[in-house]
Design a protein around this ligand. Structure first.
Ligand code: GLV
Ligand code: MN
Ligand code: MN
Length: 401
């Protein structure tokens, strides 16, 4: 299955994936998912947020409701198929294909589940296009307001509402998803985005927690001017203020044993021979606990305001998304760690599982990543470890369903 989608959305120059919400690659992947569901005779639905769900042993919402279609008893598997800019092949897709593969394996073995099982592909997990991570699962769970989501814009200024309409979706259907009410547990398998499993010598691990994290947009606004004729002391240049903030944030994160990343910056008007009028930088910040993250953000913003004042430029701060610390369901994760004899580990990466953990008992399995590299074309997992992940997920389904 990974080979079948290998070419979709891959940039030939970098080898990375550009699978963004509702772009052509995303649309092709949506078709692939629906076809995989149909090939297995699973009832398929796409909710109003673009989340795709394939049901085994129960009809899709409004469908036949075959065996036990009502009540919160379904076991949900799955992950996402979208990517960060130039993302790798495994972050997201490994969880989706492993879910189908685990169900195939169980079917071959003659296993008959006692509860409905669903495989989900969540929309826009990475937030690469509209800025809010896990938008699909947040909308489904009711933790992101539809009107806020629909007004989000991409780099071309198109709103999510416009983009969905152009793809034949009705923005009025965006909001809490009824199908989630039928889910009693969610298990997301994901490639590890670190090297804990390399160090422990295990192919598969169980997640304990997700670090709190979020994205803050810092807009430094000054005055565009001529690069040659404007004396340095007359400028209101937002770039030095931005640069000083990046350097300060990096030092603050090191001190706090936290993470601060500026992976995106937009400079306006972007002329090589013009003082910029505006510099917008996106701070992705993460820390081991909510208090540590709040302190990190406070100190970074103090530094940013001081830098802006010194450069005589304005500073606007917008929280684009914020995710508090997640502790996965203790009983569920301990049960999975025991049945798999797998180690437990926390992660600094965000996941739909973190969002769903607020509304349903949730756990995650991680598959070893030899280099730990992720959000990069170099992301990798060995085939044997991917197979071990499928086996582990099949064991989990036997245990829970
Ligand atoms: C999602 O992958 C994130 O942690 O940014
Ligand atoms: Mn990711
Ligand atoms: Mn992911």
């Amino acid at each position: 299955m990974l080979a079948a989608i290998e070419r979709i959305g891959r940039d030939r120059r970098t080898g990375g994936y550009r699978r963004f919400a509702w772009n052509d690659a995303d649309m092709e992947l949506r078709e692939w998912f629906a076809d995989e569901a149909a090939a297995r005779g699973m009832a398929y639905e796409e909710d109003g947020n673009g989340n795709q769900v394939a049901w085994l042993g129960a009809g899709a919402s409004g469908g036949d409701g075959a065996s036990g279609g009502e009540g919160a008893d379904a076991l949900l598997l799955g992950s996402h198929l979208d990517s960060v800019p130039d993302g790798g092949a495994y972050d997201g897709p490994l969880g989706v294909v492993s879910s189908f593969a685990a169900l195939d394996q169980l079917r071959r073995d003659g296993f008959v589940p006692s509860r409905p099982i669903a495989v989900a592909c969540f929309a826009d997990e990475e937030g690469a296009r509209f800025g809010v991570a896990c938008a699909g699962s947040r909308l489904a769970a009711g933790t992101l307001a539809p009107e806020k989501a629909l007004a989000l814009t991409d780099v071309d200024g198109c709103t999510l509402a416009e983009v969905m309409r152009a793809r034949g979706r009705d923005p009025r259907r965006v909001g809490r998803s009824a199908w989630l009410d039928r889910v009693g547990a969610f298990v997301e398998l994901h490639v590890e985005q670190g090297r804990a499993l390399v160090h422990s010598g295990d192919a598969v691990g169980v997640a304990t927690a997700i670090w709190p994290h979020g994205r803050w947009r810092l807009d430094f606004s000054g005055r565009a001017d001529h690069a040659g004729t404007t004396p340095m002391e007359d400028r209101r240049d937002p770039m030095p203020a931005y640069a000083a903030t990046v350097v300060a944030a990096t030092a603050r994160a090191v001190d706090a044993q936290a993470r601060a990343t500026f992976g995106r910056v937009v400079v306006e008007p972007g002329g090589a021979n013009a003082v910029p009028s505006r510099v917008s930088g996106w701070l992705d910040a993460r820390a081991p606990d909510d208090g540590a993250l709040a302190r990190l953000i406070d100190t970074v913003l103090v530094d940013a305001r001081a830098a802006a004042a010194q450069a005589r430029v304005g500073l606007g701060v917008t929280v684009e998304s914020a995710s508090p610390a997640v502790g996965f369901d203790t009983a569920l994760r301990e049960r999975l760690a025991a049945v798999l004899a797998a180690p437990s580990l926390p992660t600094g990466a965000g996941h739909d599982a973190g969002v769903l953990s607020r509304v349903v008992p949730t756990a995650m399995l991680f598959v070893r990543n030899p280099t730990g590299v992720s959000h990069s074309p170099d992301e990798h997992a060995d085939d044997a470890d991917c197979a071990a992940g499928v086996d582990a997920l099949a064991t989990v389904v036997r245990e829970l369903a």
